[in-house]
Design a protein around this ligand. Structure first.
Ligand SMILES: *Cc1c(COP(=O)(O)O)cnc(C)c1O
Length: 505
């Protein structure tokens, strides 16, 4: 084999083989990888290869051992996490970028799409007045937003925290329903995880304004700098949306940065039945959204939006470097450039924490170009309808109980039976059996002390049949478990002993 051919291969033929294997994967006729562990693992568990096997053989191993033993996250019945398998548009765009634009900078068409698509994303989500930057996920997107908030809070007292370090006590206000990446961001930014002060929420998981006001007043009294209020536009747990307008009023009164975490839920604004819940979004100082959640991008694409990216630059600049000779710190590419290497294009590497980074805008561009805002809206409405469908069934069926009205595409419900006192344990066991069957794969969560089954409908391939299958599976397995329990007479032993939890619910 010719050496160069071995290293580069015939992309067209090889991609066709990988594409066929991925189409087969998407039929989901294969078993869970843990079941087939004994087949693929010994084939992959080899020593460091001193001699290569060549690209044909690598492709063959990809097709034979990797792809069929991949992740259940891509399954349409998978409703556990808030990530899904990427759509075809996402796969094609990122594959193309991995070859044609290995970096997001320079004056290339890909760098152009980076900015164009951030603008599309912002205007689709009604935050068109904000400027964006992509990053790898909601964790980093929240970090960047809070980095901007930190910069803002300290600059007001004449201090540059990014250059000189942080001193003085600051606080971030968020409910316990806020994503834990907020705490981590506070740790990374040097203000400490404990600077995140919990604000009470109501039974629906929404921030209590009275408590927010009380806590801020207390902190002001104590001379603490209030750095940011973090509000959720769709919590990970239940999809709850904080009262954004009321929170924005508190933020404005006190001059505190308002960050809105819409990693999952921001695109929910497209469902006209929900738009009113987002009132106040226009007052946000920063907002994040993860295209790799509801929009169908493969994992690795998030966006942070702020009013003025200059603040992000001051928070995250790496300072000029010799090897980035000619780096231009401005938001418009040089009009005198004669070659794509003459200018870095928009300097995203100074608005965040990544220097080398893939072109992500092309993925968002492809997703929106393929189905448009209307296609995206239809998908989001469909997913919200699936949550409502499960909620209706849970309200009506005597063996189901709705634990929380869905706000967006998450529904929290459980199986109930008068014969079983410990419903938390019953639902835990039911969930375990569901997962073993490998068809309907929701997660569980706690809703006001009750263990809930928690489907989050999000996948581009998830349809009404998958919600109906979930309901049918829950009812069937629930009935099986109850009859097993009754047959074993467990009612009188184990369940009653640990049942005090349940009986108090
Ligand atoms: C998923 C999620 C995050 C974290 O995003 P990653 O992309 O997983 O890093 C942050 N906030 C909310 C509300 C989320 O749902």
């Amino acid at each position: 084999m010719h050496r160069d051919a071995a290293e580069t291969g015939d992309l067209q033929a090889l991609l066709a083989q990988v594409g066929a294997a991925l189409d087969q994967f998407l039929r989901f006729e294969h078993a869970d990888p843990v079941r087939t562990n004994h087949e693929w693992r010994p084939r992959l568990d080899t020593a460091l290869p001193l001699q290569g096997i060549g690209i044909e053989q690598v492709t063959d191993e990809l097709i034979t051992y990797l792809i069929p033993n991949g992740s259940p996250v891509a399954k349409p019945g998978f409703t556990s996490f808030i990530t899904t398998g990427g759509t075809t548009a996402s796969t094609l765009a990122s594959t193309a970028a991995s070859i044609a634009a290995p970096q997001r900078y320079l004056l290339t068409a890909f760098n152009f799409l980076e900015e164009l698509s951030l603008g599309w994303l912002a205007s689709m989500c009604s935050i068109g007045h904000l400027q964006g930057v992509y990053s790898s996920g909601g964790s980093v997107a929240n970090l960047l937003a809070l980095g901007a908030a930190r910069q803002h809070a300290f600059e007001k007292v004449g201090h540059d925290p990014a250059a000189a370090g942080v001193h003085g006590r600051v606080r971030v206000y968020a409910t316990r329903e806020a994503h834990h990446t907020i705490q981590r961001a506070a740790g990374v930014l040097g203000i400490g995880r404990r600077a995140v002060r919990p604000i009470a929420c109501d039974a629906g998981g929404r921030m209590e304004i009275a408590d927010l006001r009380r806590v801020i007043a207390e902190d002001r009294q104590a001379g603490v700098i209030p750095m940011a209020i973090v509000a959720n536009a769709g919590t990970t747990n239940t999809g709850a949306i904080d009262p954004l307008l009321a929170i924005s009023e508190v933020a404005r009164e006190h001059g505190i940065w308002l960050h809105i975490d819409g990693a999952y839920g921001l695109p929910g604004i497209l469902d006209e039945r929900k738009t009113h819940l987002y009132r106040g979004l226009e007052h946000a100082d920063s907002v994040i959204v993860d295209p790799h959640k509801w929009l169908g991008a493969a994992v690795g694409v998030a966006a942070t939006f702020v009013r003025d990216r200059e603040l992000l630059r001051r928070a995250f600049t790496q300072e000029p470097a010799d090897y980035l000779e000619g780096a231009v710190h401005q938001d418009a590419p040089s009009p005198t450039a004669e070659h794509s290497l003459d200018d870095f294009g928009i300097p995203y590497f100074d608005y965040g924490i990544e220097l080398s980074a893939p072109s992500r805008g092309v993925v968002v561009w492809a997703l929106l170009r393929e189905i448009g805002v209307e296609g995206m809206r239809a998908r989001i409405v469909r997913h919200n309808d699936l949550a409502l469908r499960v909620a209706d069934a849970a309200r009506e069926h005597p063996n189901l109980e709705l634990l929380l009205e869905p706000t967006l595409s998450i529904c929290c419900f459980r199986y109930v039976s008068p014969d079983v006192p410990n419903l938390n344990r019953l639902n835990q066991n039911l969930h375990r059996r569901l997962v073993r069957e490998n068809r309907s794969l929701p997660s569980t969560t706690q809703v006001n002390g009750k263990l809930a089954l928690r489907p989050c409908f999000l996948g581009a391939r998830t349809e009404v049949t998958h919600a109906d299958e979930l309901l049918a599976d829950v009812l069937r397995i629930g009935a099986e478990l109850v009859s097993e329990l009754v047959a074993n007479g467990t009612k009188s032993s184990e369940n009653i002993q640990s049942g005090h939890n349940t009986l108090n619910l």
